[in-house]
Design a protein around this ligand. Structure first.
Ligand code: TYD
Ligand code: MG
Length: 436
């Protein structure tokens, strides 16, 4: 059957044989997406057999979904306990953040356990990938279970996969923006190509019961150019994020049919590739008094992390003092600065304030409020906070301190890292001012 393509408006369903900027039917712009059209002859339509439904009793649940470990606890947890057969994962992140590095390492982890992996190299040549492997893991440069596939035609890839017997344990597509099918005229990376090619790969993965990772680049603004259209088609969407200049990398599931979405996996980019971060501390030296530094314990997924908040308060030379905030919510931090100004009587309107979270972590729970205030006052007074102390609590507009959840767990983590004093209380002024 000859496949033809049409451009379909994603808003109203209008079809056109050519690409149009504006849909003539509904008037929307940039909604025409190329789609394959297989026109079955009327006779073949008649042969359709009725669909079958099953009752719950008929479904075999005795051997609950078996999970394959990725070789890293950090990643298994984000997936919900490992990879599930036939699971389609969209692995999204900014260019250069380390997606290829992480997934080559994951492939090596599987190969080490006698699995076979097919890695589609659409962006780099097999030579480049093999150079990386040699550098990451010299002993694995001659392994046989890893198949590097330098092919971007999705139908050729599917033909290769169908010939593999037994099928591989994992397929990695690096990346969805490079694969194409000749059934469509669009260029690689266009919405139509990304969607059609990925759908074909995902349906193969479901049929063959093989987990598949689809790498997708996202832009700085956070929208996955193209791959966004895949979010509903895959089982799991994982974002790989971090500041490129810093070495901390976070794995975050934003959708997961096979697990929770509040887990994070933490990795560090090193000379030897990505290393799971086991220790629960991010920050500078704990043994030296440091002005403008306050420690706190924040909750990330099911983990607690002791993290350093740094503040710098300096005299301003502009009519509008600067507020440079990294790793914390901007509005919340500005609110805390206003509370410091009013309750602690810090004339911050005359000062530029810089607040930063060590290691590149992004904090989005109010438990760090108290530490932000403590770091700011420490920098303003140019005096360090007590050595080996930690500040946990939510600060209200009125300068009250509210306790946050899981205090015991937070204290335990802090004690483990040698913290001697754990500050929390009821009133910001009464707690912080006596320290200076
Ligand atoms: P890469 O995996 O190619 O990024 P992506 O596939 O997301 O575009 O990672 C590229 C960056 O990672 C590159 O700037 C160098 C850095 N890197 C390391 O720091 N250590 C390593 O061992 C490797 C392989 C890469
Ligand atoms: Mg890459």
């Amino acid at each position: 059957m000859k496949q033809k393509s049409v451009f379909v408006c994603q808003n109203c369903g209008y079809q056109s044989p050519k690409w149009l900027g504006q849909c003539p039917s509904c008037g929307q712009w940039n909604t025409m997406v190329e789609t394959t059209l297989s026109s079955p002859s009327p006779s073949s339509r008649k042969k359709v057999s009725p669909a079958k439904a099953v009752t719950l009793k008929e479904i075999n649940t005795s051997g609950r979904e078996k999970r394959v470990s990725t070789g890293w606890e950090e990643m298994d947890r984000v997936l919900g306990g490992g990879m599930v057969k036939g699971q389609a994962v969209l692995f999204a992140g900014e260019p250069g953040i380390g997606k290829s590095t992480l997934l080559t390492q994951l492939s090596l982890n599987l190969v080490k356990n006698n699995h076979s992996v097919v890695y589609l190299c659409g962006e780099e040549s097999p030579q480049q990938v093999s150079l990386r492997i040699r550098r990451l893991s010299p002993s694995f440069s001659s392994v046989s279970g890893l198949f590097l596939l330098p092919e971007v035609d999705v139908d050729a890839v599917l033909a290769f996969l169908e010939n593999q017997s037994p099928p591989p344990s994992l397929v990695v597509i690096d990346s969805v923006q490079t694969i194409t099918t000749q059934d469509l005229t669009g260029v690689a990376g266009s919405v139509g190509q990304v969607r059609e090619c990925s759908h074909r790969l995902i349906s193969w993965a479901k049929k063959a019961q093989v987990p598949i990772f689809l790498i997708g680049h996202i832009t700085k603004e956070g929208n996955i150019a193209g791959p966004k259209v895949l979010e509903h088609a895959v089982d799991t969407v994982i974002y790989f994020e971090g500041e490129r200049r810093q070495d901390l990398r976070l794995l975050r599931a934003v959708k997961n049919r096979f697990g929770a979405t509040d887990e994070v996996g933490i990795f560090k980019m090193t000379q030897k590739g990505l290393v799971p971060l086991k220790e629960s501390f991010l920050g500078g030296e704990l043994d030296k008094p440091r002005v403008g530094s306050a420690l706190t314990v924040v909750n990330e997924g099911s983990r607690m992390i002791l993290v350093e908040i740094q503040a710098l308060v300096t005299q301003t030379f502009t009519p509008l003092p600067r507020r440079i905030i990294t790793g914390l919510e901007r509005n919340r931090t500005e609110m805390l600065l206003a509370v410091c100004q009013k309750q602690l009587r810090l004339p911050l309107f005359k000062y530029d304030v810089f607040v930063n979270v060590a290691g590149g972590l992004k904090i989005n729970e109010p438990a760090a409020d108290l530490a932000v205030c403590a770091a700011v006052i420490s920098s303003y007074k140019n005096k360090p906070l007590p050595l080996k102390s930690c500040f946990v609590g939510e600060v209200s507009l009125l300068g009250e301190i509210f306790p946050v959840g899981q205090m015991e767990k937070r204290k335990k983590i802090a004690q483990k890292r040698g913290i001697l004093q754990f500050f929390t209380g009821k009133n910001l002024k009464k707690l912080l001012l006596p320290l200076f």
